[in-house]
Design a protein around this ligand. Structure first.
Ligand SMILES: [Zn+2]
Length: 431
């Protein structure tokens, strides 16, 4: 930490540069100044103790947090709910509705919606987003091309990772789909994805994906066990396969819904194997609350993975927003704090655990560097107008987002309460 009494600063006064964030409160309650330079946090100190910077931002009244990341989005399907109905409301209905529709989507439409979804996530604080993108026969690699264009156009604002995904992959009838998956990776998709539980041969699917990812040196992120059927539990097989293969590029299993309906002892055993194999698990509470348990009129299940068993086992647990106003989830706000809120209410995590899932856990699942509000760590921060983590998760709407050491998004909410005879009520706390 560089203090103003540091003789090197006195001896060599520099012209101010960088960004000074003044008076923000850390999650611990401590109020600090943070000085950013280049891509990193240069110093953190007591208010008024750091050298001036070219830019100065007063963050009094704001909570200063390591920025969240979005580990599971779907930019290609985002913002289509009003044009693509899902008559059954479940996963099968959503998949079919999208497959029937996506071939007719022009490339520009993919670009426009993906851009909007990315900027929405950024405004909410996600400075890195991993989005899946479908490569089915009818759409080919059109959506991949469009999302690669968006990744490039927004590269100074947000780190975007693309996961190429097929529903089916094995058997002679899927030869073209396998070729499309390979083509997507060759074009620049960052991660090899898929949905083994929707394929008739999940074990064969795992082998194909591991082999392709190993060939290209890419991570894997698979939609895994997105079902309430307890007999479907491919997660344990994936963990064993990864452990045996010693796959070094990073493996993430998204959803893992059926782990949440196992008896506690089975969940604990599988969670231990997941932790030992270093497979990260992404829970997507909103989409799975929307899709799962539709037929149950009484005490519907929640559709979330076994969060507590995974945390107890020491596994990497992340929280994702998943679908944004599409046939898989007709609502959604692309907001990591909304995901954290659902992890608290539906997943029974503490606010601290929930925020860790959408920040450090999410970044770990994405293979990104750890964040802390400490000198030397990346300049990826979220300031939320709130006085505690719980208050921020509950509804902190005014936000400042810092990426690569500079402000990339600012949302300020103003609220009026017109009183009687036009008198504006004062003394309400700001949002
Ligand atoms: Zn998904």
């Amino acid at each position: 930490m560089r203090q103003p009494t540091d003789p090197s600063i006195r001896a060599e006064p520099r012209s101010p540069d960088g960004l000074l964030l003044a008076g923000g409160q850390l999650a611990t309650g401590q109020v600090v100044d943070v000085r950013l330079h280049g891509l990193k946090i240069e110093a953190v100190g007591a208010p008024g103790t750091l050298p001036p910077a070219a830019e100065h931002l007063d963050l009094s009244g704001y909570l200063l947090l390591p920025a969240p990341a979005e580990p599971h989005a779907h930019f290609d399907t985002a913002l289509t709910a009003d044009r693509i109905p899902n008559p059954t409301g479940d996963l099968a209905g959503a998949v079919q509705a999208w497959l029937d529709y996506q071939g007719s989507v022009p490339r520009d439409d993919f670009v426009r919606r993906a851009t909007e979804a990315a900027l929405l996530g950024l405004a909410n604080g996600a400075t890195a987003i991993r989005t899946h993108v479908g490569i089915y026969e009818t759409v080919g690699v059109k959506a991949v091309e469009a999302l690669l264009e968006v990744r490039q156009a927004l590269r100074d604002l947000i780190d975007i990772q693309l996961v190429a995904l097929n529903v089916r992959l094995t058997g002679p009838e899927c030869k073209e789909l396998r070729a499309l998956l390979r083509a997507a990776v060759e074009m620049g998709a960052d991660v090899v994805g898929g949905c083994p539980h929707l394929d008739p041969d999940p074990a064969g699917y795992h082998s194909l994906v591991l082999s392709l990812a190993a060939e290209f040196g890419r991570p894997i992120d698979l939609h895994t066990d997105e079902t309430l059927d307890p007999a479907v539990l491919h997660l344990s097989q994936l963990a064993d396969l990864v452990a045996e293969a010693g796959f070094p590029h990073g493996v993430t299993a998204s959803h893992c819904v059926s782990l949440g309906v196992q008896p506690p002892e089975v969940a604990a055993q599988v969670a231990a194997r997941v932790a030992a194999s270093r497979v990260a698990v992404v829970c997507n509470p909103q989409t799975n609350l929307f899709l799962q348990g539709r037929g149950q009129r009484s005490t519907p299940v929640r559709g979330l993975t076994a969060l507590r068993a995974l945390l107890d086992a020491g596994a990497t647990v992340a929280g994702g927003g998943d679908n944004l106003r599409d046939p898989f989830n007709v609502v959604g706000r692309a907001d990591p704090l909304e995901t954290a809120s659902l992890l608290v209410t539906a997943g029974h995590l503490t606010p601290e655990e929930a925020y860790a899932a959408v920040s450090v856990g999410a970044r770990a699942a994405m293979g990104l560097a750890e964040l802390r509000v400490e000198a030397g760590f990346p300049g990826e921060l979220l300031a939320v107008r709130a006085s505690s983590l719980g208050e921020a998760i509950a509804g902190g709407t005014s936000r400042v987002v810092i990426h690569h050491g500079r402000v990339v998004s600012r949302t300020t909410v103003t609220r009026d309460y017109p009183g009687v005879n036009g008198t504006v009520l004062a003394s309400h706390p700001p949002p």
